[in-house]
Ligand binder design. Structure first.
Ligand SMILES: [Zn+2]
Length: 258
């Protein structure tokens, strides 16, 4: 059994064939998925929550992506707080800092990020973090927030060993996507080699980051085994071991039930 801990199944890319996508995933042993509400403005959140409500094995997060930080407001924050009460809504996010695309001004990114960390702390939920070209700033914000028992995942981890160690020390897990299968991802494979399995989670980030064998086409949860196989290859452990430990990690971090 595998868990895809980061899937954008509410994106229009899946509008026409979601039941078939879910069926293929289950056939590959990907029986649980976490649908990320953030990524298409506030309107993506209720969609993710509805998917979780109506589909066994599906869980949701709610939040505002750093690209959308300018949409952040007190009203948005209360809406997120209310949505967190719905069944199988397990985390806040993805939220964070993106200084690569800078689609929202940095000041607004910080404001939305810090408010969502506060929301996660207040509601006792883990947080899913998007960090692109912003590791020093992200670490600084997390260190300020750590007192209250914050925990979460650095989604699509892209840093090196020093950052990986700091995140783990701050009670964070590292999300590994199909990017690990790309020829140029030697640094990420090096981090996995040193870290071992104990802090890793599997993610697709679908429809993006399709593993190498299908690169250039839409990604979907059924391709998670390729991510797991690559991790197994790097660590010289069987894929079953990768599946077992990453599933335990995901169940523990997100407290997935039923
Ligand atoms: Zn994402």
């Amino acid at each position: 059994m595998f868990i895809d801990t980061h899937a954008h199944l509410n994106f229009p890319d899946f509008a026409s064939d979601l039941p078939a996508v879910l069926e293929r995933s289950r056939k590959q042993g990907v029986t649980r998925m976490i649908v990320v509400g953030a990524g298409k403005g506030m309107e993506g959140n209720p969609e993710a929550v509805e998917l979780a409500r109506g589909t066994p094995g599906i869980f949701a997060t709610v939040g505002l992506h750093p690209h959308e930080a300018r949409e952040f407001s007190p009203a948005a924050l209360s809406e997120l707080r209310a949505l967190l009460q719905a069944p199988r809504v397990v985390a806040v996010g993805e939220c964070g800092l993106d200084f690569y695309r800078n689609l929202s001004p940095r000041r607004e990114q910080f404001r939305a990020f810090e408010a969502q960390l506060e929301l996660a702390l207040q509601t006792g939920r883990p947080v899913s973090i998007h960090c692109r070209e912003a590791h020093p700033e992200t670490l600084e914000v997390l260190k300020r927030a750590r007192s209250g028992g914050l925990r979460g995942v650095i989604h699509c981890f892209s840093g090196g060993m020093p950052e990986a160690r700091e995140y783990v020390e701050l009670n964070f897990w590292l999300g590994i996507t199909g990017a690990v299968t790309y020829p140029r991802s030697e640094k990420l494979r090096g981090v996995i080699r040193e870290m071992g399995l104990s802090r890793l989670l599997l993610e697709t980030d679908c429809p993006f980051l399709t593993p190498q064998p299908k690169r250039g086409t839409r990604n979907e949860p059924a391709y998670i085994p390729w991510v797991a196989e690559e991790i197994g290859r790097i660590l010289s452990v069987p894929v079953e071991e990768v599946a077992r430990v990453t599933t335990e990690n995901a169940n523990r971090l997100f407290k997935l039930e039923e």
